[in-house]
Design a protein around this ligand. Structure first.
Ligand code: OSB
Ligand code: MG
Length: 388
C-alpha cells in the first residue's frame, strides 16, 4: 500500500430536502443534514466521508454543531501533516478525544476513501483486505427499505405496496408506544407473506415486556432496539421473553459492547451502523466478532447522502453481512443526490457496488455548494430549537 500524506481537511455542512421525511419514535425532520469531510492529500487526491449527524440530538447525542466544533478544534489538527499507511491507523490518532463517534466516523471514512483511491482500489476491496481469506466482496449489497410512522394503517399498507412494487423485498416499519400491535395486525391482515420487521428506536421499557410479547404473533424477522439507547442489561432480560429475534442498534457503540451483549444474551441480530461505532475500523472488528459468533449482521443507515451511502454499500457487500440492509436507492431519499451516478435498485432487492476506485461515485461540487447554501437557509430555525 502506498501511504497518503494529509495536506488539508475541509468541512462541508450540508442539508438536502428529503423526498419522504422519516418519522420515528424520537421525531421527524424535513431535511437530511450531514457534515461532509474532504481529506486532501499532498498528491492532490480528495477523499470524502460523511459524518451522519442530525440538527438535534434525537438518535444519538451529536449534532451538526458539535461535529463542527470537535472537528475544527480537536480532530482535524491531529491529522494535518500526517503520513498514513492504512486507514486503520486513524482511530489511534484521534484517541485523545473521547466519544463523538459519528464525527470520527466521517473523518475516518474520508481517509478510507483517500487511501483506496491512492492505491487504485475499490473501497469494498480495501475493506476485504483487512479480513481473512474468503471475505471477498460480493457484486452487490442486499437491501430493504425503512418506512417512517404514517398517519394510519391504510397509509402504511399503501406505502409498503409502493415499495414492494419498486422491488424492495424487506420492509422495516418504525413503531412507538401506542402504535405497534394494531399496526402489525393491520399489516399482516393485508400482506401476510412479506418479510417484515419493526424498529422502536428505544421507546419502551422493560415494564412493557408483556405488551411487546404480543408482537410474537406476527412472524416478524426481528424487533429492533425496543429498550433504552445504551442499555444492554434490560435487553438481556427481555430477549428470553420474546420468540421474535431481538436486534440491537442504539445500544452497541464498540466491539466490547457487542461482546458483552452476546455474553449476556441481549442480542440475536446486529444492526451495524459504521457511523454509530466510530467508523470502518471498529466496524471491521465488529464484523469479525459477528462472523466468529454466527451472529446475523446487517448494515443500518442514517439516511446518508451518496457520499456516506456509497461507503456503506461497499461494506454491506462483504459476505459476513447476512441480512438485508437499511440502504435504499437514491430516489427513496432525494430528488437529486450529491453524487453521480445514482444508486438504483437491482434484481432481488440489491444495490450494486460501484466500479470506481474509493467510494466509486463522483461528488458533484456544484450540488455541494447548493446544499451548503440550503443548510445556511434552514439554520435559523435549527438554532432556535424548533427543528424537532
Ligand atoms: O433507527 O435505523 C434507525 C434513520 C435515522 C435514524 C435512525 C434510523 C434510521 C433509519 C433509516 O431507519 C434507514 C435508512 O438510512 O434508509
Ligand atoms: Mg434503528
Amino acid at each position: 500500500m502506498k501511504p497518503i500524506t494529509i495536506k488539508d481537511v475541509l468541512v462541508h455542512t450540508v442539508a438536502l430536502p428529503l423526498v419522504e421525511p422519516i418519522t420515528t419514535s424520537f421525531g421527524s425532520e424535513p431535511d437530511k443534514t450531514a457534515v461532509l469531510l474532504e481529506v486532501i492529500t499532498e498528491d492532490g487526491i480528495s477523499g470524502w466521508g460523511e459524518a451522519a449527524v442530525d440538527t438535534y440530538p434525537g438518535y444519538g447525542p451529536e449534532t451538526t454543531a458539535t461535529a463542527e466544533h470537535i472537528l475544527n478544534n480537536f480532530l482535524i489538527p491531529k491529522l494535518i501533516g500526517q503520513t498514513i499507511a492504512q486507514a486503520t491507523d486513524v482511530p489511534a490518532l484521534l484517541r485523545s478525544a473521547r466519544g463523538h463517534r459519528h464525527t470520527k466516523a466521517g473523518l475516518e471514512a474520508a481517509v478510507w476513501d483517500a487511501c483506496a483511491k491512492a492505491n487504485d482500489m475499490r473501497l469494498a476491496d480495501y475493506f476485504a483486505s483487512f479480513l481473512p481469506e474468503g471475505n471477498a466482496p460480493r457484486a452487490a449489497a442486499t437491501v430493504g427499505v425503512s418506512i417512517g410512522i404514517q398517519p394510519s394503517v391504510e397509509d402504511t399498507v399503501a406505502l409498503i405496496q409502493k415499495r414492494l412494487d419498486e422491488g424492495y423485498q424487506r420492509i422495516k416499519l418504525k413503531i412507538k408506544r401506542g402504535w405497534d400491535v394494531e399496526l402489525a395486525k393491520g399489516i399482516r391482515a393485508a400482506l401476510p407473506d412479506i418479510t417484515l420487521m419493526l424498529d422502536a428506536n428505544s421507546d419502551y421499557t422493560l415494564a412493557d415486556a408483556e405488551h411487546l410479547k404480543q408482537l410474537d404473533a406476527f412472524n416478524l424477522l426481528m424487533i429492533e432496539q425496543p429498550l433504552s439507547y445504551y442499555d444492554i442489561f434490560e435487553h438481556s432480560k427481555l430477549a428470553p421473553q420474546l420468540k421474535t429475534p431481538l436486534c440491537l442498534d442504539e445500544s452497541i457503540h464498540t466491539v466490547n459492547d457487542l461482546q458483552m451483549a452476546i455474553e449476556v444474551g441481549a442480542i440475536g441480530i446486529l444492526n451495524l451502523k459504521p457511523a454509530r461505532v466510530g467508523g470502518y475500523s471498529e466496524s471491521l472488528a465488529i464484523y469479525r466478532v459477528c462472523v466468529e459468533n454466527d451472529l446475523p449482521l446487517w448494515i443500518g443507515g442514517m439516511l446518508e447522502t451518496g457520499v456516506g451511502r456509497a461507503a456503506n454499500v461497499a461494506f454491506a457487500a462483504l459476505p459476513g453481512v447476512t441480512l438485508p440492509c437499511d440502504i435504499s436507492a437514491t430516489d427513496r431519499y432525494f430528488e437529486t443526490d450529491l453524487t453521480e451516478p445514482p444508486f438504483v435498485l437491482g434484481a432481488n432487492s440489491t444495490l450494486a457496488v460501484p466500479d470506481g476506485y474509493g467510494i466509486g461515485v463522483e461528488v458533484q461540487r456544484d450540488r455541494i455548494e447548493a446544499a451548503k447554501a440550503h443548510w445556511q437557509a434552514i439554520y435559523p430555525y435549527v438554532e432556535k430549537g424548533t427543528a424537532l
